[in-house]
Design a binder for this molecule. Sequence first.
Ligand code: T3D
Length: 264
Amino acid sequence: MEFRFIDLDIQGAVARINFNRPGKLNSLNNAMMLEIHHAVDAVQSNADVRVLVLTGNGRAFCAGQDLADPAMQAADGKPPDIGHLVERLYKPLVMKLQNLRVPTIAAVNGLAAGAGASIALACDIVLASQSAYFLQAFSKIGLTPDTGSTWFLSHRVGTARAIGLAMLADKLPADKAAQWGLIWDVLDDDQFQAGIDATAQRVATMATKALVRTRFLMHAADSHTLEQQLSVEASTIRELGWSRDYREGVRAFSEKRPPRFSGD
Ligand code: T3D
């Protein structure tokens, strides 16, 4: 597929999807969303890839839905079915990221608004540049947060802060997002690219299956009792105990050398 609004770059084990509509702050039109789906599918089916980085070109990570897209406008006097858009494109994207066979990193290079913030929060590790901010823009246009934002916000920062962010739609600077536990960390603007590259390379050489099962366990914990969670932990670790990477990890430890994980 030819991409117009994104770039997909695969170098060795590191795949990068760059949102590339900087003049419109990488806001998401229909074609761009389809391209992102296609790129994520390509990553899912490429056995060489061991980490996916999502980032944006220009001063934005992503400003959410393109509000000028025809899908957002009334046609023939009928209001648009924007719920259909969410069901067809946004919800499946979040689920694809959550079920991806490799870990994901959101490299939030600049502002992340609306569904753009949600997509960042759907990644496993969220790193933001010092000048980035997160904006729950939805209430400003008479909508509720979507694309998982209500779930990610309420789970990570608690209901009081989640409601304040969503109702007031104030910009949340990257530093405060990290202090509040919404994201993993903040990098200085001039170290951002190098920091992202180093993290991506590091994650790409780790035990991929264990990282992806860790994502699953952390999310499963939300709906489990302690006893249920202990059982799922046991079954997951049993499965990982049969993996090549576990054997390599233990061997490397006993041989006092760094492990060479293969992702299997
Ligand atoms: O069905 C559904 O509803 C689908 C799911 C929706 C989920 C959503 O994402 S809803 C939320 C959509 N996003 C927004 O409401 C954010 C809109 N943008 C803004 O509020 C502001 O642009 C920002 C606060 C993010 C940044 O402000 P600023 O002053 O730094 O930049 P700007 O001048 O507003 O924007 C620069 C350009 O990008 C400008 O275009 P122009 O005038 O230079 O040609 C602006 O129109 C364009 N742009 C920014 N965001 C969007 C956009 N164009 C279309 N859609 C956007 N979301």
